[in-house]
Design a protein around this ligand. Structure first.
Ligand code: UD1
Ligand code: PEP
Length: 429
C-alpha cells in the first residue's frame, strides 16, 4: 500500500492549479443516467472516486470515453468524459461497488426516474458518522416511488413514473438535495424542494441539468422548483473548481508560510473559510488568476469556528483548520455540527505533539510552537490531508500511511505541493 513521506519545514511558494470539484463531478456523472444522449463533462478530476463511479456506471451499461491532457502535459486541465447511457441494461448497483463510495448510492434517483426501477446497495464512504439515507428515501417517496429495503439493498419502484411533489427536508442535506433534484427533473408535474442544500455543487448540477433540458429554478437557494419534463437530452458542461481542494492548499500555505497562487480558484465558493484564514493572519487576495494566499513572518492567530452548511464554514475543511490551529498563538475552539464522528484526526495530530482536548462536538486546540514529524495513519479523506498539512510544517520526517483515502479526493497532491517547494514523495511498496 502506498505511503507518503514528507520532510517538513519548507515554506510553500509558487502556483497550484485547482482541479475540478470531486463533489460536483460525481453527481454530474450520475446525471448522465437521465438521458439516452451523450453528456460531455470537462474538467473532471482524475481521482479514485471518479474511476470507481465509472465502474459503477459501466455496470449499468453506460459507455464512458475519457479524453484530455494527461498529468505532466502542459496546461493540464483534467479529463473530458463522454458519458452515454443510451442503453441501461441493469438497474442494480451491487454492494461490492457501492460500499466503497457514498455518492454512488445517488444513482437510485436517475434510475428510478428514467427506468422506473432501481435496486441499490446501502452506501459506504468516509467513516465520519452514521450517515443514514432516510431523507433520500423520504424524497423519493414524496415523488411517488415505492421503497422497500431487502438484504442491504434499497429497492425503488415507480411503475407509472414519478410524480412531482413537495419535499421539505427537516435538515439540510446535500445528498438528499441531489437525489430530489435529479429525480424531479423527469417527474410529471412540479416539485418544490424546501430547506434545500445551497452548496455550489448543487447549483453546478442544476446548471448542467438545465443545459440537458430540465426546468430547474432556485438552485443555490433553500427553495428549488423543478418543472418535470418527459425527456432530457445531451449537453456539455465544465465541472466547477474544487473549493475544498482550494481551502486545503490555502491552509497549507497559512501553516508553512510562503506565497502561493491558487489558479482557477473562485473565492465566492469558500468565502467563510477565507475569512477564517484572514482572521488567523494569512493575507488572502482575489486575483485575475484565482486566489493568492500568503503568510510571512507573523504567527497564526487562534480562531473560534463552527462548521455549517453553505455558506458557512465547510465540514470538509474542519480537519485541515485543526491542523493549522495546532501551531496558533493560543487556544482555538472548533465545533463540528454536521457529522457526529468527524474527529478521527485528533488522535493522529497528537502524534505530532499537538495538544487537542475533545468535549462532545467541540475540540479545543492549544497551539504549540513547533510540531514534530511522526508516522501517522490516514483515517478518512479530509483527515488524511490534515496530516499532510501538519507534516509539511513539522520538523523532521512524517510518514502518512493508508494513502488511498487521499487518492479519493486529491489529484496529483505530491506533484502540486513539490512544485511549490515541499519535500514530499509517494512510496509505493
Ligand atoms: C460526495 C459529497 O458531496 N459528499 C459531501 C456531502 O456528503 P453527504 O451528501 O453525505 O452529506 P449530507 O449533507 O447529506 O449530510 C448532512 C447531515 O445529514 C445527515 N443525513 C443525511 C442524509 C439522510 O438521509 N439522513 C441524514 O440524517 C448526515 O448524517 C449528516 O449528519 O455533503 C457533506 C456536507 O457538506 C460533505 O461533508 C461531503 O463531502
Ligand atoms: C466526506 C467526503 O466524501 P464522501 O461523502 O464521498 O464520503 C468528502 O468529500 O470529504
Amino acid at each position: 500500500m502506498d505511503r507518503i513521506r514528507i520532510i517538513g519545514g519548507n515554506a510553500l511558494n509558487g502556483t497550484i492549479p485547482i482541479s475540478g470539484a470531486k463533489n460536483a463531478a460525481l453527481p454530474l456523472m450520475i446525471a448522465g443516467l437521465l438521458t439516452d444522449e451523450t453528456l460531455i463533462l470537462d474538467n473532471v478530476p482524475r481521482l479514485a472516486d471518479v474511476a470507481q463511479l465509472q465502474r459503477i456506471l459501466g455496470n449499468h451499461g453506460v459507455d464512458i470515453m475519457s479524453a484530455g491532457k494527461r498529468p505532466g502535459d502542459r496546461e493540464y486541465q483534467g479529463q473530458t468524459l463522454h458519458i452515454s447511457a443510451a442503453d441501461i441494461f441493469d438497474t442494480t448497483a451491487p454492494y461490492e461497488l457501492v460500499s466503497r463510495m457514498r455518492a454512488s448510492f445517488w444513482v437510485i434517483a436517475p434510475l428510478v426516474a428514467r427506468m422506473r426501477e432501481a435496486k441499490v446497495s446501502l452506501p459506504g464512504g468516509c467513516a465520519i458518522g452514521t450517515r443514514p439515507v432516510d431523507l433520500l428515501i423520504m424524497a423519493l417517496e414524496r415523488l411517488g416511488a415505492e421503497i422497500t429495503i431487502d438484504g442491504g439493498y434499497v429497492i425503488a419502484r415507480a411503475p407509472s413514473g414519478l410524480k412531482g411533489g413537495e419535499i421539505d427536508f427537516p435538515k439540510v442535506t446535500v445528498s438528499g438535495t441531489h437525489v430530489a433534484l435529479m429525480a424531479a427533473t423527469l417527474a410529471e408535474g412540479t416539485t418544490v424542494i424546501s430547506n434545500a442544500a445551497c452548496e455550489p455543487e448543487i447549483r453546478d448540477v442544476a446548471d448542467c441539468l438545465n443545459k440537458m433540458g430540465a426546468r430547474v429554478t432556485g438552485a443555490g437557494t433553500p427553495r428549488i422548483t423543478v418543472q418535470g419534463v418527459s425527456k432530457l437530452h445531451g449537453a456539455r458542461h465544465t465541472v466547477l473548481p474544487d473549493r475544498i481542494e482550494t481551502g486545503t492548499y490555502a491552509m497549507a500555505v497559512a501553516m508553512t508560510g510562503g506565497d502561493v497562487q491558487l489558479s482557477g480558484a473562485r473565492p465566492e465558493l469558500l468565502q467563510a473559510a477565507l475569512d477564517v484564514l484572514t482572521e488567523a493572519g494569512a493575507v488572502v487576495t482575489s486575483t485575475n488568476e484565482g486566489i493568492r494566499v500568503a503568510r510571512n513572518g507573523a504567527g497564526i492567530n487562534p480562531v473560534k469556528v463552527s462548521t455549517a452548511p453553505f455558506p458557512g464554514f465547510p465540514t470538509d475543511l474542519q480537519a485541515q483548520l485543526m491542523a493549522l490551529m495546532t501551531c496558533a498563538k493560543g487556544a482555538s475552539h472548533i465545533t463540528e455540527t454536521i457529522f457526529e464522528n468527524r474527529f478521527m484526526h485528533v488522535q493522529e495530530l497528537a502524534r505530532f505533539g499537538a495538544r487537542i482536548a475533545l468535549d462532545g462536538e467541540t475540540a479545543t486546540v492549544h497551539g504549540i510552537g513547533q510540531l514534530r514529524g511522526a508516522p501517522v495513519m490516514a483515517t478518512d479523506l479530509r483527515a488524511s490531508v490534515s496530516l499532510v498539512i501538519a507534516g509539511l510544517a513539522a520538523e523532521g520526517e512524517t510518514m502518512v500511511n493508508r494513502v488511498y483515502h487521499l487518492d479519493r479526493g486529491f489529484e496529483r497532491l505530491e506533484e502540486k505541493l513539490s512544485a511549490c517547494g515541499a519535500r514530499i514523495e509517494r512510496i509505493s511498496d
